[in-house]
Design a protein around this ligand. Structure first.
Ligand SMILES: CC(C)(COP(=O)(O)OP(=O)(O)OC[C@H]1O[C@@H](n2cnc3c(N)ncnc32)[C@H](O)[C@@H]1OP(=O)(O)O)[C@@H](O)C(=O)NCCC(=O)NCCS
Length: 287
């Protein structure tokens, strides 16, 4: 069975859909994201095509910053696995990233996904950090009732302006959460180095939250409140999650998702606040 790599095109989507829609127990995002991936100016989407030019594998690379190449969406049709196709797609995207002067390739894998972990180690990536995805729908939250009654968290988080950027960055960059995250933040499951400009931008867009429990960057996405950066302390962590939940409820979001580095006290506080936790492994390779 022959195959060759080529650039993806819009017409590939309907041929990818039958075998990339239910890849995981939770479904998949490849088909929903495909048009946006193709349109993104800093992104490259490759497919492996069989001898009739039908795509039998797909992968995407995107530059998250001038230095950081993010790899995602690697899917190989079940009949074509263990022939080196994922590895070849990854190599080609890394070569492209290096041509764009990226210095590092990054990707994330759910901890249960042994095949993907083995494949990515096989091609020289090393595991650097464990991230936690803490998730909770707002409809089961006791906070909904409190907010509907006009109740307030004891220590609420408020949308803040530029004045909170410096204190937030200082508290985080010298602290445990920054070390555990290796200086990174997450934006929609994509991790990259956090710079003070990210907090400045968040403040400009009303996404920087500040209060007695700490700080967070949270933005709406698909009717959820998505938090990709947070700073708190062990004694305030539980109240911090309650305050985040309250923001999600008052925004009318159906759920709250917090991406955070794996730190025991942070995880314990999230579980105590009613969140479900998934583990995600961040892998990295120098280009
Ligand atoms: C993970 C996946 C992309 C691997 O694709 P692939 O084309 O089969 O991988 P490769 O042939 O390039 O694998 C290279 C090496 O990785 C390792 N590997 C790949 N799949 C493996 C598996 N199922 N079990 C153990 N090792 C595996 C092996 O060392 C393999 O070399 P070998 O075949 O000579 O032993 C594919 O299984 C897939 O599409 N899975 C579903 C989607 C998914 O999980 N994507 C990644 C999400 S982050």
């Amino acid at each position: 069975m022959e195959y060759s790599l080529r650039e993806a095109r819009a017409s590939d989507k309907e041929m990818l859909a039958p075998w990339t829609t239910h890849t995981f127990a939770w479904g998949d995002y490849v088909v929903d994201s495909f048009d946006r991936w193709l349109a993104h100016p800093q992104s490259r989407v490759l497919v492996a095509a069989d001898d009739t030019d039908e795509p039998i594998a797909v992968a995407r690379g995107v530059l998250l910053s001038p230095d950081e190449l993010w790899l995602q969406g690697i899917r190989v049709h079940p009949d074509w696995r263990r022939r080196g196709i994922a590895s070849e797609l990854g190599t080609s995207l890394q070569q492209w990233g290096a041509q764009q002067e990226a210095k590092v390739a990054l990707l994330m894998i759910e901890d249960w996904n042994e095949a993907a972990r083995d494949q990515i180690r096989h091609v020289g990536f090393r595991e650097t950090t464990t991230w936690l995805r803490a998730f909770q729908t707002t409809k089961h939250s006791g906070r909904v009732a409190a907010t509907a009654r006009g109740g307030r968290a004891d220590e609420p988080l408020q949308r803040s302006g530029a004045g909170e950027v410096g204190p937030a960055f200082l508290a985080w960059s010298g602290g445990e959460l920054s070390r555990a995250a290796r200086g990174m933040m997450a934006v929609s499951w994509q991790c990259r180095r956090l710079h003070i400009a990210d907090l400045e931008r968040a403040a400009e867009h009303g996404a920087l939250l500040a209060g007695p429990t700490g700080w967070a960057v949270g933005a709406p996405r698909d009717n959820r409140l998505e938090v990709g950066w947070t700073q708190t302390t062990p004694d305030r962590a539980r109240a911090h999650f309650d305050a985040l939940l309250e923001v999600a409820v008052s925004d009318g979001a159906s759920a709250l998702e917090v991406m955070m580095p794996s730190v025991p006290w942070l995880e314990e506080a999230a579980v105590a606040a009613g969140f479900e936790i998934e583990r995600l492994l961040l892998f990295e390779k120098a280009l």
